[in-house]
Design a binder for this molecule. Structure first.
Ligand code: PHE
Length: 454
């Protein structure tokens, strides 16, 4: 059975980078900037940071506890820790969320492949800002091309999953994450050197609290869960591969800091660039696909070779960052089918990939030919994004808090957090207090507020 096959990540740093690989992805570089743009900028970012600190960090530690203590993927973990109870549904909720996210996430991941090809064939050269808008619209609304990339991306993910994840994930994360950081910092510097960059910075740094509504809170909370890969058991599944020596608190802190750093820097890249070429910050999901090619062209207008190299490199890294996240999503669903229904891993993986191709195809078409089919005023793509990030993940996170805060023995949490050692009592008490009261009540209030009840 799974337990005897269970391999651990080889080192502490490997564990951190694998979890960071899951967390850092399109959520940081694609979703964070457009959510920030849609919700008015700096005030959103402040609320986002508060959500990461107050909700994200304790919930990540709670998920790590569930994973490492049960030594099972999320679909099974609750049956191990709370046999014969309804808690197993929390695991299933996570698996369903993972499946749905993987479906529409792969659409955007596929777009990055198209942009690698376009950058690689020098399509960006000599285009003006408006041309990028038109090109993106034509591409994303095309009924065929994005679907091909979607399938290619899911097959890449599939390939890594069936090859055995741990070696692949850990090794690739160790190389890719540092390269990604360096590139992101370089790009931020380029973007800040563009004309009018200060307007973008102002948008990022000067909070306008008059824009804060209930929606902004829900958006920031959803973004925090999405970006940190929380609320659906991804990180608890990875934690089941953590070795005994891995420190859960330190790992959570590192992942949180890395993830937030990449998101904020993505904002520093995108907003100055958007203002500099006159693109509205609330352009939505297309934002990075329109502004970034522009940054490269403008920042290196005298040196076309550098513009070329940077464009290709950036989209390659974006695709790889997305891949480390799709792998983590796929793993959750595959492991569940494998453990719960005794399908072989290969067969389970095929089912997941096929299912996600269907969901992804519907999401992709909903941006083009199926645009007129909407539910609650949202197309299928937007609906999936809304239901998963803004409902399922926070709900999952809230239930994890209740599970670890109220159901799981305190001694278990204590032993996991301290690696059977000791910890300042104050810190542990604050952690449990947040899990028991602050986080669940906070999430509930944001939900209730959104429903318009307060
Ligand atoms: N955190 C990933 C990102 O930011 C997306 C993700 C969400 C991955 C949920 C796993 C689980 O891109």
């Amino acid at each position: 059975m799974q337990k005897s096959e269970r391999v651990n990540f080889g080192s502490k740093i490997g564990a951190i980078l694998a979890a960071a690989g899951s967390a850092v992805g399109l959520g940081n570089i694609w979703r964070f900037p457009y959510e920030t743009g849609n919700h008015g900028g700096a005030a959103f970012i402040l609320i986002y940071l508060a959500c990461v600190l107050v909700l994200g960090m304790p919930i990540m530690m709670a998920e790590f506890t569930v994973g490492r203590h049960s030594k099972a993927s999320t679909g099974k973990a609750y049956s191990v820790l709370a046999p014969g109870t309804h808690w197993k549904w929390l695991g299933y909720l996570g698996v369903l969320a993972g499946f749905l996210i993987l479906g529409y996430y792969s659409v955007v991941a596929g777009w990055t492949l198209e942009y690698i090809l376009e950058a690689g064939t020098n399509e960006f050269a000599n285009k003006r800002p408006d041309d990028f808008i038109l090109a993106f619209e034509a591409f994303s609304q095309d009924p065929v091309r994005p679907l091909i990339w979607l399938v290619v991306f899911l097959l890449l993910t599939h390939f890594v999953i069936v090859k055995g994840v741990k070696d692949g994930i850990e090794k690739s994360s160790k190389i890719l994450m540092p390269v990604l950081f360096i590139l992101i910092i370089l790009l931020a510097v380029c973007s800040l050197s563009l004309p009018n960059a200060e307007k973008g910075l102002e948008f990022l740094l000067k909070p306008d609290f008059s824009k804060v509504t209930g929606d902004v809170f829900l958006g920031a909370m959803g973004q925090a869960f999405f970006s940190l890969s929380l609320g659906m058991g991804c990180l608890s599944t990875y934690a089941s591969y953590f070795g005994k020596e891995t420190k859960l608190g330190n790992t959570a802190l590192s992942v949180g800091v890395i993830d937030t750093f990449v998101a904020v820097l993505a904002g520093v890249i995108i907003f100055p660039a958007a203002f500099s070429v006159g693109i509205q910050p609330d352009a939505g999901p297309s934002l990075i696909f329109i502004t970034l090619p522009n940054v490269f062209q403008q920042a290196f207008s005298g040196i076309p070779f550098l513009a070329y190299v940077f464009s290709v490199l950036f989209y390659v890294l974006l695709a790889l960052a997305a891949l480390t996240s799709t792998i983590s999503l796929h793993e959750v669903v595959t492991a569940f089918l494998h453990e719960e229904f005794a399908f072989t891993r290969g067969r389970a993986a095929k089912m997941v990939t096929f299912g996600c191709i269907l969901i992804g195809a519907l999401s992709s078409l909903s941006l083009g030919v199926m645009q007129k089919y909407t539910l609650f005023d949202k197309g299928f793509f937007d609906l999936l994004d809304f239901v998963t990030a803004k409902i399922m993940l926070p709900l999952g996170g809230m239930l994890v808090c209740i599970f670890v805060g109220w159901y799981l023995k305190r001694s278990v949490s204590y032993a996991e957090l301290t690696n059977e050692g000791t910890l300042k009592a104050g810190f542990f008490n604050v952690y449990i207090f947040i899990l028991r009261f602050i986080a669940p009540i906070g999430i509930a209030l944001i939900f209730i507020n959104e429903l318009g009840l307060i």
